[in-house]
Design a protein around this ligand. Structure first.
Ligand code: HSE
Length: 355
């Protein structure tokens, strides 16, 4: 059965996913039996368009890239324009809502309301917005379960690097006693640049010009971005209801060139580390710059790259490293969830020749 998809928000990440769905259409169909159709786009800045029998992705992308809006999408019978996000979720025939709005991470809105509206209307959601997961995981997970719909958010931590799915799926059966990670590309890039001699402000400006930093980089440099990701790891991977605001958090803004030099002289490195630790039935977490030995597995992670280490009771220390941001990588993270959603509805059968 065709999966009908509505995009709530259609910025760079949403467009990247739309392009992947279009360019990989044949591969998705042949490999996973996944047939998708984009039926709606609703974006507060770029307008809204809906057709129950599907929209043409190249036309949508051309409109948004050339005109900054989908409002000039060619009219034809059955096409509806101008629906807001809630109308689109409630009234479209989409069964999958791709929630990629510009959401305020401190309140989680409007993404939280979009998720609630979708779940109560029996629609599944995939999102890259951290706010809903970091601030309202329990409530939303319960609502999704009650309504028997899917909620995917792989891209909220390390974008398309599967930091959430890997521990739960591939490392299943282990007890994970500690998670440590470098979960923010901007600050890791800045620390690397500072080691090469850049001043703090120059390193920040370089990170901004390369597009790693948020529009307001306070969330990066003060550690808030990592704190949200840490809350997601505690809630989802460790299964512990830790509130983001209860995680002690310190960023890198207090680190000077002298601190970096001193660390280097003693064969150490400063890294902004997230930690989630399980002791008995308690889970604690922290976000702070830590001085680590050069031979620590995380010390070699430089530039904007992210990495995460899971301490497993059977598999030992498992490290996963890769991109933590980027339009294609984050668009791809949504595709991981969409394929997973499709698989949960479609039993995996052995290829005939294997049977
Ligand atoms: N500004 C973030 C970073 C983007 O630098 O990692 C991904 O959350």
């Amino acid at each position: 059965m065709t999966m009908k998809i509505a995009f709530i928000g259609f910025g760079g990440v949403g467009q990247a996913l739309a392009e992947l769905l279009h360019t990989r259409r044949q591969h998705l169909l042949e490999t996973y039996g996944l047939d998708t159709q984009v039926v709606a786009v609703s974006d507060v800045m770029k307008g809204a368009v809906y057709h129950p029998e599907g929209l043409d992705i190249p036309t949508l992308l051309r409109e948004v890239r050339e005109n900054g809006s989908v409002t000039e999408y060619p009219d034809h019978t059955g096409l509806i324009k101008g629906w807001d996000s809630i109308q689109t979720i409630e009234q479209s025939n989409a069964d999958m809502i791709v929630e990629v709005t510009f959401t305020d991470v401190e309140t989680g809105q409007p993404a939280i309301d979009h998720c609630k509206c979708a779940f109560t209307n029996k629609k599944s959601v995939v999102t890259t917005n951290k706010g809903p997961v970091a601030l309202a995981y329990r409530e939303l997970a319960q609502l999704a379960e009650e309504n028997q719909v899917y909620w995917g958010f792989e891209g909220t931590v390390m974008s398309g690097t599967p930091a959430l799915r890997m521990p739960l799926a591939s490392l299943a059966g282990n007890e994970i006693t500690e998670i440590r990670g470098i979960l923010n590309g901007t600050t890791n890039y800045m620390l690397t640049e500072m080691e090469k001699g850049s001043a703090y402000q120059d390193a920040l400006e370089k990170a901004q010009s390369l597009g790693y930093a948020e529009a307001d980089p306070t969330s990066d440099v003060e550690g808030y971005d990592v704190r949200y990701k840490t809350a997601i790891l505690a809630n989802y991977v460790m299964g512990y209801p830790l509130a983001s605001r209860d995680i002690p958090c310190k960023g890198i803004s207090g680190l000077t060139q002298d601190d970096i030099k001193e660390a280097k002289a003693s064969n150490k490195r400063w890294k902004l580390l997230a930690r989630v630790k399980k002791e008995g039935d308690q889970v604690t977490a922290s976000v702070q710059p830590e001085l680590i030995d050069q031979d620590d597995s995380l010390a070699g992670i430089t530039g904007p790259t992210n990495a995460i280490v899971y301490d497993c009771d059977m598999a030992g220390e498992i490290m996963l490293t890769g991109a933590g941001a980027g339009l294609i990588e984050t668009g791809y993270s949504l595709l991981i969830d969409i394929i997973d959603f499709h698989r949960t509805k479609t039993p995996i059968v052995a290829h005939e020749e294997d049977a």
